[in-house]
Ligand binder design. Structure first.
Ligand SMILES: [Zn+2]
Length: 438
């Protein structure tokens, strides 16, 4: 069954197959580790995970590389403001990001690559661009000359007249109406971290890191490059320009970008001050997987509106699905086979996860639900264990009540029940606790 995926390069759904053998070489743009990622960012990372799991359901192996941007305008400013070294500042947020990845049951990348660990690869690439006269030097850095790359704008469909030939932009992020020569390397400034380079001491611009690291680990062309929709311009556009101008080969065969999470009709963004993190939603009593479920209620190329009501509805749905997985009977083999076909067909139609989810709700057998969980990643296979221990927790609380009321016999009977289930009770100053009997 072909996997049809929308390719932002052609703006069409195309049949996806890896170029070589059965391994998909997949590069996903990762976070800038300068703050807690917000749930708008996390929607993109769950989308990457959905893509990755769908490749795997189609029988492919996936080699996924994700970068961690730990040197750019934002991280440098953040470190300065907090009085920490860049490394100290970014490693804190890097750890928190990986913690969120785990909490959301996002499969880990084969490698998370830090920009600061790949400065030499970036210098080498910039030198190549310099030699080919696609890059030039000014008083504050090395710039990429967009007029020297005739396909500039092919991903974001910039018209030639929108390009400001000869004008330069130094900042790492800028708007579409500012399509100008961009910084590959920024010369040393007082109080900024810097590295020695043949063209002058300094630090990389943002865009070069993804080209250097993706090519190093995956080669050209990548099978697929993903990220959030706001990365199409300038980030992905600049990655294509640098990579193809340097090596004269196609950079990536597919580009797949996920839409925004919106709130009250506006994009959720740190710059707009309307963000929530995973910690914020946990503080309100939700679990990270409630948010994971919420992301499956919209197609990845549609904006998804976040509200506490929609998150609450997702929590209820997820709990019901857990119950369904727990109580459903074993599946009939024929029914299961049909389900697998339909479920895969929905995903292979440009990741139609809302449709796939609707099939799960119609399913009757346990095996269908567990098969679907390879994609959903809601831990539905673990529900039984969780429910059993939840039952024991309730017994433990009941025993506490009995002891408080000095009903020792009843309390001991409950203790025996718990013991039979394979647990012992530890009485601690903080209260009684269950511990697995060894
Ligand atoms: Zn990137």
């Amino acid at each position: 069954m072909p996997f049809k995926l929308y390719n932002a390069l052609s703006r069409k759904k195309e049949n996806f197959k890896p170029l070589k053998g059965k391994t998909v070489r997949f590069y996903a743009c990762g976070p800038t580790v300068y703050a807690f990622v917000h749930i708008g960012n996390l929607r993109t990372f769950v989308f990457d995970d959905l893509l990755r799991r769908t490749f795997e359901l189609n029988g492919y192996k996936v080699k996924e590389i994700m970068n961690l941007t730990d040197v750019d305008d934002k991280t440098i400013n953040g470190a300065k403001d907090s009085g920490k070294t860049l490394k100290n500042y970014t490693s804190f947020y890097e750890k928190r990001f990986l913690f969120d990845v785990k909490a959301l049951n996002i499969l880990p990348a084969a490698k998370y690559t830090r920009a600061t660990d790949h400065i030499q690869e970036m210098i080498k690439m910039i030198s190549t661009l310099f030699k080919k006269k696609v890059a030039y030097k000014t008083s504050d850095g090395i710039y990429f000359n967009i007029s020297k790359f005739k396909n500039y704008g092919k991903l974001s469909r910039l018209k030639a007249r929108e390009l400001k030939i000869g004008a330069r932009v130094r900042s790492d992020e800028y708007e579409k109406n500012n399509a100008q020569d961009f910084a590959l390397w920024k010369f040393k400034k007082e109080g900024e971290p810097s590295w020695a380079a043949p063209f002058g001491e300094g630090r990389p611009g943002w865009h070069i890191e993804c080209s250097a690291m993706s090519i190093k680990y995956l080669g050209m062309p990548l099978d697929i490059h993903s990220g959030g929709v706001d990365l199409i311009f300038p980030h992905h556009e600049n990655e294509i320009a640098q990579s193809e101008a340097a090596y004269g080969k196609k950079f990536a065969r597919f580009f797949a970008e996920g839409e925004h999470l919106s709130i009250g009709g506006k994009k959720m963004a740190k710059s707009l001050g309307n963000i929530f993190t995973l910690r914020d939603i946990e503080e309100r009593g939700f679990e990270p997987l409630d948010f994971r479920y919420l992301t499956f209620t919209a197609h990845y190329r549609s904006p998804l509106s976040f509200s506490w009501e929609s998150l609450s509805a997702s929590r209820n749905a997820r709990k019901k699905l857990e119950e369904k997985a727990l109580l459903a009977p074993k599946s009939d083999a024929k029914v299961l086979k049909k389900f697998k076909m339909e479920f895969l067909a929905a995903l292979n139609d440009d990741l139609n996860i809302p449709k796939a989810l609707a099939l799960v709700w119609k399913a009757r057998g346990r095996d269908e639900i567990l098969y679907a969980d390879k994609i959903l990643g809601l831990g539905l296979d673990k529900v039984k264990k969780v429910a059993a221990s939840a039952g024991l927790e309730a017994l433990l609380r009941e025993r506490e009540v009995m002891r408080r009321d000095k009903k020792w016999r009843e309390a001991d009977l409950i203790r025996d029940k718990i013991l039979k289930a394979g647990y012992i009770i530890e009485d601690t100053p903080q209260g009684a606790r269950l511990k697995r009997a060894s």
